[in-house]
Design a protein around this ligand. Structure first.
Ligand SMILES: NC(=O)c1ccc[n+]([C@@H]2O[C@H](COP(=O)([O-])OP(=O)(O)OC[C@H]3O[C@@H](n4cnc5c(N)ncnc54)[C@H](OP(=O)(O)O)[C@@H]3O)[C@@H](O)[C@H]2O)c1
Length: 198
């Protein structure tokens, strides 16, 4: 059994990841901006708010973790929540993980991140992959194109154009997120791997 810290365990992908880790007998703690959000895990997940602006508190919240699974990101600029904020916060998270001696980081990125991208989402993800590598921590980077499953907003439960081969396939595999990450590391031949192998 390992101790995982999952950022955003009550968010979209975080719920799937957390459920699968608990099912496998791992201990899960979460760092979240929404500690009071309703969730299905009861007392099984220890909850701590993010302390992005307090390095020592952030480090303490990661102490003892074997693995950090990072889903944290800001999808699009909205008011004070910006990609620049997410980049700075994620850098602080990685530095705290290094300082706390976390054993491994599993970081969720995006397909084709590029420092040259005119899109802040993709340029920001490239910057963070580099920042993670620079920590020297053992790590895996996941580069999904799209995540789908129960309650997603794009593919499975909100089909915009009726039933297609893609939506039928997605519905059939709707519970697979967290067991396998089908788009894991596009450069790997082995495109389906389980979290425990990352
Ligand atoms: N969804 C997709 O189709 C897709 C495709 C490719 C890559 N990805 C990547 O996969 C990762 C997880 O995606 P997801 O769909 O599961 O994300 P999500 O649940 O919407 O967000 C992940 C976590 O980031 C935090 N967060 C999101 N928006 C925020 C905001 N405006 N301000 C502050 N915190 C915010 C939330 O933390 P709290 O819950 O703690 O508040 C959330 O749990 C992301 O890194 C994303 O870039 C997603």
């Amino acid at each position: 059994m390992a101790t995982y810290v999952v950022t955003g365990a009550f968010g979209y992908s975080g719920r799937f990841i957390t459920q699968r880790l608990l099912d496998r007998g791992h201990a899960v703690r979460t760092l979240t901006a929404s500690p009071d959000r309703t969730h299905p895990f009861g007392e099984r997940v220890a909850v701590s708010p993010f302390h992005f602006d307090e390095p020592e508190a952030l480090r303490a919240s990661l102490a003892g973790a074997d693995v950090l699974v990072n889903t944290y990101w800001v999808r699009f600029d909205h008011g004070s929540f910006t990609h620049d904020l997410a980049i700075g916060n994620t850098r602080a998270l990685f530095e705290a993980a290094r300082s706390a001696g976390v054993g491994r980081v599993v970081h969720v990125s995006i397909t084709n991140p590029s420092a040259d991208s005119p899109l802040p989402y993709f340029a920001g993800k490239a910057e963070l992959e580099r920042a993670l590598a620079d920590t020297g921590l053992p790590h895996s980077v996941l580069r999904p194109a799209v995540l789908f499953g129960r309650r997603d907003i794009l593919v499975t439960d909100s089909q915009p154009a009726g039933s297609t081969a893609l939506t039928r396939w997605a519905a059939e595999h709707a519970d697979s997120l967290g067991v396998t990450y089908a788009s894991e590391l596009a450069r790997h031949r082995d495109r389906i791997r389980e979290y425990d192998e990352l």
